[in-house]
Design a binder for this molecule. Structure first.
Ligand code: RFL
Ligand code: PHB
Length: 387
């Protein structure tokens, strides 16, 4: 078997890369260890930067996104029993963010690749990558095969095999003493815009999926088992953390999915070795508070697709050689923002009251100062993807 670009992983990074290359006449094969239903159902991100929306549109997968995506012009910071709106669009020269679930992006991209005759293989687990040959050994239907290629794209997420093939990798890591319990509930959202709530009981986030489905998150202990959180306890804790002095009410409804995710910051450098290029969660993880993970994965593959096209069309390796440094600049900016926003909003489990007062002082400043609010807004909406 042979292709130009072997892509490991059918998450948003691998699928969009395959689509971008296809549109520019470059062949790829996508190898995905899970089955299609699993990758289409895996509940994750939902907040898209404008640059992400723009690239999905220009890649021919924006139709449903335009119909069903929810455009947002602001967000709410809630603390001390009151809500404060940060007018994102006003503070960023007209930029917006869009709520459209990662599951839907993945479905749209898979449908587009398959409709165009693309080779996306589910149940195909990459076992090893040879960065020099280059080739990927994978197992599908009980058979072990080798995919030869010009270039390998390691889009196989944090637990994939790509990163392990980079010798001399330098990693930077930070763990946080909290985790997120995420729930998907069949109930109309109680808010039009996202609510990031800081409270003495811990952080909570009210996000949305559609006019009838809400997505909510709760700061929990990283050691907590999901069994410790029956639905009733989740709703009562959410109610307590979102409570305002003006009687705002949280609507509840059936919880259809819930899971606990640890929080970490992680960067692996460089994002390239030989003919292997890492993209998305394979190379970096951000805590979800700043909503940057999916957007970074998309931005990596935009850079990678342009660089590969320059190589095939013009014979130039200049952009490929700059790939790692180009991506890492944006990655570190996002790391800084995500860890800042995380530590600003979460409760210190040790109950450090100095830390709590420091957070409240900064939150007061954020909503009182246009300069401070603009810093938050600019980072939240994200810069346009750059090459
Ligand atoms: P993915 O999505 O993990 O996809 C990797 C794919 O590779 C497959 N794979 C393999 N395939 C073949 N052979 C192997 N050996 C393989 N090993 C792994 C896996 O099965 C999988 O299909 O990585 P990708 O494409 O880099 O995408 C990254 C995003 O998924 C991630 O950054 C975001 O979901 C993070 N994130 C958020 N990002 C945002 O931008 N905005 C958000 O609002 C946001 N919220 C979140 C989030 C992540 C969360 N969790 C659960 C981690 C909220 C949560 C709760
Ligand atoms: C989501 O809708 O899943 C979401 C939104 C904002 C975040 C994290 C997750 O910061």
């Amino acid at each position: 078997m042979r292709t130009q670009v072997a892509i490991v992983g059918a998450g948003p990074a691998g699928l969009l890369l395959s689509q971008l290359l296809h549109l520019r006449g470059v062949d790829s094969v996508v190898l995905e260890s899970r089955d299609r239903a699993y990758v289409e159902r895996r509940q994750r991100a939902g907040m898209l930067e404008q640059g992400t929306v723009d690239v999905l549109r220009s890649s021919g997968v924006g139709e449903r996104l335009d119909r069903e995506g929810l455009t947002h012009h602001g967000l709410e910071l809630r603390f001390g029993g009151a809500g404060h709106r940060i007018p994102l669009t006003e503070l960023t020269g007209g930029r917006t963010v869009t709520i459209y679930a990662q599951t839907e992006i993945v479905k749209d991209l898979i449908a587009a690749r398959l409709a165009a005759g693309g080779d996306v293989r589910f149940g195909a687990e990459a076992l090893a990558v040879d960065t020099g040959a280059p080739s990927v050994t994978f197992r599908q239907d009980g058979e072990t095969r080798t995919l030869d290629c010009d270039v390998i794209a390691g889009c196989d997420g944090f637990h994939g095999v790509g990163r392990a093939a980079v010798p001399g990798l330098r990693t930077y890591e930070r763990d946080y003493p909290y985790a997120w319990l995420g729930v998907l509930a069949e109930v109309a959202p109680s808010t039009d815009e996202l609510v990031y709530a800081h409270s003495e009981r811990g952080f909570a986030l009210h996000s949305l999926r559609s006019p009838r489905v809400s997505r909510l998150y709760l700061q929990v202990d990283p050691g907590d088992a999901i069994e410790a959180w029956p639905d009733e306890r989740i709703w009562s804790e959410l109610r307590a953390r979102f409570a305002t002095s003006d009687g705002w009410e949280l609507r509840d409804g059936p919880i259809v999915e819930k899971s606990i995710t640890p929080m970490r910051s992680f960067v692996a450098e460089p994002m390239r070795h030989d003919r292997l290029f890492l993209a998305g969660d394979a190379a970096h993880i951000v805590p979800p508070t700043g909503a940057k993970g999916l957007n970074l994965a998309i931005s990596d593959v935009i850079v990678l697709a342009e660089a590969l096209v320059a190589r095939y069309d013009e014979g130039s390796d200049k952009l490929l050689d700059a790939y790692s440094a180009t991506c890492l600049k944006r990655v570190w900016r996002a790391q800084q923002f995500a860890s800042w926003m995380t530590t600003l909003l979460h409760r210190d489990p040790a109950g450090d009251s100095f830390e709590h007062r420091r957070q409240l002082a900064y939150l007061d400043y954020l909503v009182a100062s246009k300069a401070a609010a603009t810093t938050l807004a600019e980072n939240y909406v994200g810069a346009a993807p750059t090459l």
